[in-house]
Ligand binder design. Sequence first.
Ligand SMILES: *[C@@H]1O[C@H](CO)[C@@H](O)[C@H](O)[C@H]1NC(C)=O
Length: 580
Amino acid sequence: MGLTWHTEERSSDYRYRMTKSKMRSRCLICFGLFCVAGIVLVCLYVYLPISCSNGNCCSNGNCTRGAVAADSEMCSNIGRDMLKKGGSAVDAAIAALICTGLVNPQSMGLGGGSIFTIKDKAGKVTVISSRETVPKTIKANLMSDCAGKMFYHGAQWIGVPGEIRGYKAAHDLYGKLPWEELFQPSIRLAREGIPMPPYLFRFISHPMIKPLITSYLCDLFCHKNKTLLTTKDTLRYPKLADTMETIAKDGPESFYSGTIAQDLIDDVQAAGGSLTMEDLKSYRVRHNDALSVPMGDYTMHIPPPPAGGAILTFILNIMRGYKLSRSSLSGEGKVVMFQRFIEACKFANGQKKSVKDPEFHRVDVSNLIREDFASEVRRLITSDRTHSASYYNATPSREQMGTTHVSVIAEDGAAVSVTSTINQMFGSLIYSRKTGIILNNELGDFCNTAGDIRPGEQPPSSMAPVILHSESLDKTLVIGGSGGSLITSAMALSIINHLWLEKSLKDAIATPIVFVDGSNKVSFEGHFDKNLKEDLLRLGHTDGKRPAESFLNVVNAVVKERGCLTAVSDSKKMGKAACY
Ligand SMILES: *[C@@H]1O[C@H](CO)[C@@H](O)[C@H](O)[C@H]1NC(C)=O
């Protein structure tokens, strides 16, 4: 009895336990299924196509319609919004540039010049250059002022600003939105103010630059009591807002012959400059076909001289001959690849002097962009040692710096690669109080050519806004850089990293660079691989020991591959791209 009871009790307990464990396992199964479903959903969200249009579906982070990569998120967004409103790639690029003049006034502005490389939706690529030119009258023996200077400060260095006429020429050809609309977001920002951009603050508060700011640009960057604005303050441009409003309403000619022109001239002449109304009136934009060079699977469209496209092509053509691939980065191959790159850059230094304004000099860059010329040079490249400057036909040249870049691809397939500059940081440091414009110091770019310079001539430049397109891969890469002399190395390495070493566009741009300066010294960006650096220096290069803070190379790019867009703004300038 007792037993039965016990048994019963046991069996009931057993049944109970059975039920409990069954329930538990059922719960576990349910929970498991729930988890699997959750994981699947998360995976779907992360990996499966979430943006689709026109039959193209792209993974998260990609877009399908349009993209803008400018120096800052604020300006990338302004460009993207122009696209969303039905604007063209050119509209977006211009609006992003106008904005960049507020966020990075040290790099560019209405007192500078630009080079646009524009691919229309049919695939034709043109170049509109509004690079500054030499005024009718310049200071006697200006080139003797070059000696011993790192910065060309003062009104004697101001070239005739072409920025606004460049926008006008590009907009006349390819604009869809009204001219005025391109200025509206930036006019509002200039009036209402923007939080002091941290990147700009880093410059103006730098011990070497701060005294210059407080002496020359305090109107813009100081409180009333003459102390510098901080990142907690609001940066406003009331004068520039008025100027932009006039240019927006009355059209670009107000800058070249109207009241703005007169105000600008008055201020420049008061600062000792020789710019005249005649210079502004007669400023002429250059409009050319792009040079189109084969680059493996791609055609690369580059701006003609005096821009830096030919030098970039020369380096890329040399490197392409080495048949680079992902495996070039493994083991000893990595040292050999970088050694060859450094040597290619040294040869490029030897070729730089051949790049001048073709309207004023006999300029023939056909060699520089030819593959067989690159092959000849490749035979002179040694992978185990380096040589003295004469081997490369290189004469020392000075460093240039500054500049900004915007890359855009629009929904119709049109693309814009545009680099803009006032030359060095804050240009000539001449600030026109009446117009709110900081004037360029572009004539300093002649210091390397040391020849006669003539009115109307454009100085040589490293700027190389390019567009690479491959029909077979259904891929377009719009890319450009800023940072003066660093532009060529930074762009070449970004392109090599992405196209040939198969790095993602983001990694391609983020990878630290090696830079060969005007004296053929080799410098390595801060976080460049230490062992690799040692291996390379062991081959006999002179370490340029360039300070980390002077690696101001910035690359902004947009790629469209089989319908999917990726836009990357260099994190070094704290930038962020925008797409939709
Ligand atoms: C200058 O003015 C600003 C803003 O009004 C203030 O925050 C700052 O403390 C002042 N500095 C000095 C040294 O007076």
